[in-house]
Design a protein around this ligand. Sequence first.
Ligand code: C5P
Length: 216
Amino acid sequence: GGKRDLVGKRVLISAGGTREFLDPVRFIGNPSTGKMGLALAQAALHRGANVTLVHGPANWNVPLGVQAIPVINAEEMQQVMQEYLTSADMIVMSAAVADVKPRDYSSEKLPKRSLPESLALEFVPDIVSELAKMKQPHQCLIGFAAQTGDIVAPALDKLKRKNLDVIVANPIDKTDSGFGSDNNQAIFLDKQGKQLEIPPCSKLQMAHHLYDFAWG
Ligand code: C5P
């Protein structure tokens, strides 16, 4: 049962955390597990979509019927997302992209004593902003804003700055929601000023609420 409103549509999802390696054993990363992106893929599949899931390192199995493309770092994620962008009707960037990367990579493990000097950082590309520049008007581009404290104002700022159609303002300082949890809570915001608060629910329910909001 359920809604089949995404039949014939292509949904492109980024999920999980990216990792930026300094040497073979050390990276800059974050606690994202990709569960929200996995739920977004499942919900889109249930609604009849053709689903591509571009994800960072994960410990879950990809649902049958979803095209999954594993990546490690932001540059790889950007390449794959750009490759699939043109054919997508909806793009959901739920990935927690590591914002910075070590400027240099050493293929040999670095000695501990050299780490403080070896850790010069630079910014990775903002993937969703680059996608926004290339997207067609019929395509719906959705971003996430994981926030602590006030969530609406910074999310609205990201919606505008990153040129998104919809943003999910996602508190990560509440118990039983955000990184690693099976549940989540959020406020959805769109560029027309529509706003919808979603109280705590499963990430799968959250995904369905998001498609209802963005597509319904
Ligand atoms: O990190 P930030 O809160 O600005 O992320 C907001 C949105 O931007 C998310 O959808 C995230 O996936 C995306 N993002 C990205 N590339 C980055 C950083 C964030 O696409 N380098």
